[in-house]
Design a protein around this ligand. Sequence first.
Ligand code: FES
Length: 216
Amino acid sequence: MDEAVNNLTSTEPGKPDTAPDPARRKILVAATGIAGGAALTAASIPFIASMTPSERARAAGAPVSADTIGLEPGTQLTVEWRGVPVWILRRTEAMLKVLDDPRHLAKLADPGSDVKNQQPTYARNAYRSVNPEYLVVVGICTHLGCVPTSRPDVSPADIGADWDGGYFCPCHGSKFDLAGRVWRNVPAPTNLVIPAHHYVSETKIVIGRDTEGAAS
Ligand code: FES
């Protein structure tokens, strides 16, 4: 089984995990408090530079695993997979309630995840996940590849009164909800990508494989 990627870094709520230019992006593994609490603090580490050759080979395509032990409701962690950040958000009951609210769904361009190849078939549901409590999503904007900002706060002044919490891309203003679904009338054309993933235990998630046998 592949090792979980464990480096911790700090991310301030309301700020991007990394710089928007993919070439300069430092892929980091983070545990981020996003429910209005203080950000966790630790040293940032350039991910690729810190890798051994075997680790770099694994990052090129092999699955990675993550453990959600200790992940509190309303917080998320980030793992690096195939050179991109994958967020694992543990959603609260309030967050889940919004996701199938008709008033919220009316704001979205693809509420039913009808666009193909943006998610595995098992994630074509209201929560875009295997387990509704956890969102597993690639943290790359589908417009031009920036890293959106976690904004779970409802109706913030800088985004708008109609904001229900989600991910905001400051590059050109694209908006995604807490299932990674894109809003109408924003530059991003599609929902965020849900990677192939499965659970090997209640808390351990393997990203990059649908099951123990099939790589994706
Ligand atoms: S890259 Fe996200 S809105 Fe342009």
